[in-house]
Design a binder for this molecule. Structure first.
Ligand code: ATP
Ligand code: MG
Length: 556
């Protein structure tokens, strides 16, 4: 297990259960697993489950397996298998031993299905989909027994073998557990445990044309791996009956200290979709630029946006683990990264909407070099060199011809301080045909580098800037919420709630040193926000920065 430092050990109802189980001697060590289905990229909801499962293993000196729950070959893909491993590692966790696949157990699962048939506890059913639905009954009405329920063990064994050999068509029949068609839990009304799929599997190739269902596979995979606490989200609460039923009826697993399932509530985040299927729709409909688009709530998207593993773990810690349904405010995740970056991110200057400043009394055509701190409160982070000269860029929003005293930036005829540099005064300006300011002509006070004007003039405003001759052109990608409604999943079509302004691209300039900005490494661009160089599109020739978070909470 990799070590995750400086994080307080959380307490929650699952850890209480584990403490009890260790105290009573039911278990002597803890074994968990994280079981993603490789049908998409992991999202922040999975991070909650990862931090819970791997975090428990770490804190109890136990083990956590990474197991691909790969029983739906049509929807799965080897690319997802790879991205999921990358994401788990990037979050700071490592699994115990080899990667597992439910498909590793297809032979055993098949054997256990045969065991159930032999015990008269499973049968091959030929009802079609519609008949099966009819026979199942409803929440108010019990179901009816399938006419195939009392087929003899010998015949069922022969039929199941024929299923395996590909002698039936897809959907023609299925293997069902013989439980209780009148159970108040729908999942107990003779659930299908094996179905026919003539599909190529990314791990087992064309070996199988029958595939086990999730409920049958999951509990047995857990039991084979000696999982002690099988943690999943609340929608599997009813399925726990089936989880227990299967294991209780298999000789290898019917022991008191076998795996148990515990459910916790899933993470829901405001303004975010949290389902691989729906995220996949965003990707395939080109509403975002791939799974790792920085607007996506995927781990890969958050990473590209500039979130750090520590900030995501901190978020998972803050939201906690309970059984309560919840909708977490977007500001909670932002706060985690903002607090971290405020502490650690080096400062830099970038101008997102540049206009020119010409300092008419600047004596030289060649720029001078001045030193600026990397962080205002951390001298140990050192300093950086900035060029200062006759021509600079400032942000268009930082100049006005006239303004009241609340506008603490550059105003015609008034003074403002350039961050890390001198005090300047706006003398006159030029604009284009549409009235947009293009150039502000200024004078500077060369006695004000790092000190106040000597005659006691008060200069309140401070603005950022970049020297023109050394400035690097840069693209800035400003991200807003992807959806206009806090609960986009409640809408039938995504088009109704997609925010058409979720990405705004600005072409501006950055201080020269940023040409060496490493991808994913955060900077605070002073007065603008936290940014990082894009891990796909940024290069020395074409700098591209992603806005991670603005300086202040925009949700408030
Ligand atoms: P999705 O709907 O996004 O596909 P899933 O539950 O089908 O989610 P899996 O790949 O089966 O995705 O999930 C792996 C693990 O992650 C499961 O144990 C699941 O309970 C957990 N998980 C998935 N989504 C969330 C969430 N929003 N909050 C907490 N845990 C989650
Ligand atoms: Mg799933």
């Amino acid at each position: 297990m990799s070590q995750v430092d400086n994080e307080v050990r959380p307490s929650n109802f699952i850890r209480n259960i584990i403490d009890e189980d260790l105290k009573s001697g039911k278990h002597t060590s803890v074994q968990t697993r994280f079981p993603p289905e490789p049908n998409g990229f992991l999202h922040i909801g999975h991070a909650k489950s990862i931090c819970l499962n791997f975090g428990i293993a770490q804190d109890y000196q136990g083990q956590c397996n990474l197991r691909f729950d790969d029983t739906n070959p049509e929807k799965e893909d080897i690319d997802y298998v790879h991205s999921i491993q990358d994401d788990v590692r990037w979050l700071g966790f490592d699994w115990s031993g080899e990667i597992r696949y439910s498909s590793n157990y297809f032979d055993q699962l098949h054997q256990y299905a045969v065991e159930l048939i032999t015990k008269g506890l499973a049968y091959v059913c030929f009802l079609n989909a519609e008949e099966t639905r009819e026979y199942r009954g409803t929440l108010k009405e019990p179901g009816k027994n399938s006419p195939y329920r009392d087929t003899s063990v010998e015949e069922n064994l022969a039929l199941f073998e024929k299923m395996r050999l590909g002698e039936f068509k897809e959907g023609e029949c299925a293997l069902r557990a013989k439980i209780d068609m009148a159970s108040p839990f729908m999942c107990m009304r003779d659930p299908v445990i094996y179905r026919i799929r003539f599909a190529h599997h990314h791990q087992t190739g064309d070996k199988w044309c029958i595939y086990p269902m999730y409920d049958f596979t999951h509990c047995i995979s857990d039991a084979i791996e000696n999982i002690t606490h099988s943690l999943c989200t609340l929608e599997f609460q009813d399925n726990r009956r089936l989880y227990d039923w299967v294991l209780d009826h298999l000789d290898d697993f019917n022991q008191p200290n076998r795996t148990r399932q515990y459910e916790f509530s899933r993470l829901n985040l405001e303004y975010t979709l949290m389902s691989k299927r729906k995220l996949n729709d965003l990707v395939t409909n080109n509403l975002v630029n791939g799974w790792d688009d920085p607007r996506m709530p995927t781990i890969a998207g958050l990473r590209r946006r500039g979130y750090t593993p520590a900030s995501i773990r901190e978020f998972c810690q803050r939201i906690g683990v309970t059984k309560q349904e919840n909708l977490i405010e977007g500001g909670v995740l932002d706060a985690c990264i903002r607090e971290e970056l405020n502490e650690n991110a080096p400062r830099a200057m970038a101008v997102l909407r540049p206009i020119k400043v010409v300092i008419e009394n600047y004596p030289s055509a060649t720029p001078e070099t001045i030193n600026a701190p990397m962080h205002p409160n951390k001298p140990e982070m050192g300093t950086r060199e900035l060029a200062f000269g006759k021509e600079l860029f400032i942000d268009a929003e930082d100049f006005r011809e006239s303004a009241n005293k609340h506008f603490k930036r550059l105003v015609l005829g008034k003074e403002v301080r350039l961050r890390n540099a001198y005090v300047i005064k706006a003398e006159r300006f030029e604009h284009d045909d549409e009235g947009n300011v293009t150039t502000v002509y200024c004078t500077y006070d060369n006695e004000t580098l790092g000190k106040n004007p000597s005659d006691g003039r008060k200069v309140k405003g401070v603005i950022h800037w970049v020297e023109a001759s050394t400035a690097k052109p840069a693209e800035f990608r400003i991200y807003n919420r992807l959806f206009t409604d806090a609960t986009p999943a409640a809408f039938d079509t995504i088009d109704e709630v997609i925010n058409s302004e979720s990405l705004v691209v600005l072409q501006g300039v950055a201080e020269a040193g940023l040409v060496n900005a490493e991808a994913e490494k955060a900077y605070q661009f002073e007065r603008e926000g936290y940014f990082c160089a894009d891990n796909k599109d940024s290069s020395k020739e074409h700098l591209v920065f992603n806005l991670t978070v603005p300086l202040r909470d925009s949700f408030a």
